[in-house]
Write a protein that binds this ligand. Structure first.
Ligand code: 13P
Length: 230
């Protein structure tokens, strides 16, 4: 399985060092594990993880290689400091930074070109699920935000499940991940949204789920020890 920890905008240096060291010492090596701290913490966490086989991921990147883009980070810069993965199109960026499907695709293409593996997030809003629009939304995102070919991972993250403690049923997850696999059979699909130590085992058994993108529970070593070794 591929287990990715999205630390979002959390942790100061000392917290990150402590958390990464606990993760390093508790990791069984059974899964592919990717830690995605905020940009300023990447080098610090990289130092802690040295020799562990645990990978690093960014939480975003720009689509250009370099230039006059104040405040942005290019995929090449991430690759250059030893990062292998990058989360693209997280719903928090789609909502808070006006990231469109087209922009998400552009970023993903640039990340692949730079040698990174993008984890591209798609998922429906609560309102869309209530109105029976989940399939259409997912199909639209598949068509517009994913690049041609392979070299990336998809994270199915229902927006209403993020940070809420709510999760779809296993049948609902199987339905959406099945739809994604129908369209993109060669691509690994992760599930994200309120993954915890108590539901990770059940979700890991869904046939089209190849891993997790974990938010809140990845900051809690007690919970994350179980998830990362699932
Ligand atoms: P939570 O695990 O906190 O619900 O967050 C999920 C997420 O957004 C991971 O990218």
């Amino acid at each position: 399985m591929l287990i990715a920890a999205n630390w979002k905008m959390n942790c100061l240096k000392a917290d990150a060092i402590l958390l990464a060291s606990h993760i390093k010492s508790g990791f069984s090596g059974k899964n592919t594990l990717v830690l995605c701290p905020s940009f300023p913490l990447l080098a610090v966490v990289s130092g802690v993880l040295a020799g562990s086989g645990i990978k690093l991921g960014g939480q975003n990147c720009h689509f250009e290689e370099k230039g006059a883009f104040t405040g942005e980070v290019s995929p090449e810069m991430l690759k250059d400091i030893g990062v292998d993965y990058v989360i693209i199109g997280h719903s928090e960026r789609r909502a808070g930074n006006n990231e469109t499907d087209e922009l998400v695709r552009k970023k993903a293409v640039a990340a692949i070109k730079a040698g990174l593996k993008p984890i591209i997030c798609i998922g429906e809003l609560g309102e869309e699920r209530k109105n029976g629009k989940t399939q259409n939304i997912i199909l639209g995102q598949i068509e517009k935000s994913l690049p041609e070919g392979s070299g990336y991972v998809i994270a199915y993250e229902p927006v209403w499940a993020i940070g809420t403690g709510l999760t779809p049923t296993s049948e609902e997850i199987a339905e959406v991940t099945g739809l994604i696999k129908q369209k993109k059979p060669q691509i690994e699909v992760l599930y994200g949204g309120s993954v915890t130590d108590s539901n990770c085992m059940e979700i890991s058994k869904i046939s089209n789920v190849s891993g997790f993108l974990v938010g809140g529970a990845s900051l809690d070593i007690g919970k994350f020890s179980k998830i990362m070794n699932v």
